[in-house]
Ligand binder design. Structure first.
Ligand code: ATP
Ligand code: MG
Ligand code: MG
Length: 290
């Protein structure tokens, strides 16, 4: 479910409709000046607190603590949009897999049949369900989770576009089947409006991010699932990328590490995050050379 402007944000003397590209309606609220409130999740709170002490800190929204409002708990985060004027925003979900190993294990142990997931599958690709699944009018959750990653660019490229909003324009969120490099490049070029300066700024930020990730203690000790890169730019020529959404970022057991590039086998917790960054960087390089 995508919600466009859940509230009007105020910063300094400006008021602007805040843009939410993913997640459920009601998960976000206006916070103090220059911040937003996100519904509390223990795992996310722990991850973002640790990130404040990691070399990745400049690449994530600043964490400003936990607060309660109208009986609900929230984490307060830096609003990444607040320095931009009518920004263009893109959410790119990272990783070759968008469910936790733990979720898959659970779903496998209790593979209940889901009619809702069968319906969602039908909507995107009526030929996807097997004959048996058609007969049941339902599919299992692990089947749905794996299919969804395969039919987008996630499995092959390690990322997928979740949503794009260009300043004052209609938002686009139907990228479920945007899979090939060519079609992704077209979406990226349209998002950036062929602005070379912006393209180069994104590229250099992505390269700096990758270098930092490759040496970050946090990065190698966590399975990072369903996390996104948030791309933001505006007409003034500012452009930046941050890591967001750590609801499914889980610490590995003490003596375990991941390199985020190795192929996933159940039990190794690899998520393909850096494969996604490598591919994104190579697409941006292609665009810059074109
Ligand atoms: P889901 O898990 O379904 O992706 P979620 O509830 O965990 O959703 P996020 O993915 O963290 O929510 O954020 C949803 C959207 O809100 C993002 O796509 C982005 O548009 C916006 N957003 C999130 N955090 C920030 C932030 N710190 N500053 C600006 N925008 C943000
Ligand atoms: Mg998200
Ligand atoms: Mg999330």
């Amino acid at each position: 479910i995508v919600q466009w402007a859940p509230f009007i944000q105020q910063f300094k003397k400006r008021r602007y409709p805040w843009i939410q590209l993913a997640g459920h309606q009601g998960n976000f609220q206006a916070g103090e000046q220059g911040s937003v409130l996100k519904k509390y999740d223990k795992g996310e709170q722990v991850a973002i607190s640790k990130l404040m002490k990691d070399s990745l800190r400049p690449y994530v929204p600043e964490y400003k603590g936990e607060i309660e409002k109208n009986g609900e708990r929230y984490i307060q985060l830096q609003d990444l949009l607040s320095d931009f004027e009518s920004p263009c925003v893109m959410d790119v979900k990272m990783g070759t897999r968008t469910y936790l190993e733990e979720e898959l294990t659970k779903a496998m142990q209790k593979p209940t049949l889901r009619k809702d997931m069968y319906k969602k599958m039908l909507e995107v690709d009526p030929t996807a369900p097997t004959r048996e699944e058609h007969a049941q009018g339902a599919i299992t959750k692990p089947r749905y989770m794996q299919w969804r990653d395969e039919m987008s660019s996630s499995v092959e490229l390690g990322f997928r576009i979740e949503g794009i909003m260009k300043s004052n324009e209609e938002s686009e969120k139907n990228f479920k089947t945007t899979k090939s490099r060519e079609s992704i490049i077209r979406k990226l070029q349209n998002f950036i409006d062929y602005d070379e300066t912006v393209m180069k700024m994104y590229l250099s930020r992505l390269k700096a991010l990758r270098l930092t990730q490759e040496t970050s203690p946090f990065f190698k000790s966590h399975e990072i699932i369903g996390s996104s890169l948030l791309f933001v730019h505006d007409k003034s020529g500012q452009a930046c990328v941050w890591m967001i959404d750590f609801g499914k970022t889980v610490p590995l057991s003490e003596n375990m590490t991941v390199d985020h590039r190795s192929k996933w086998k159940e039990g190794n917790h690899e998520d393909g995050y850096l494969c996604g960054i490598d591919n994104l960087i190579s697409l941006f390089e292609k665009m810059c050379d074109a």
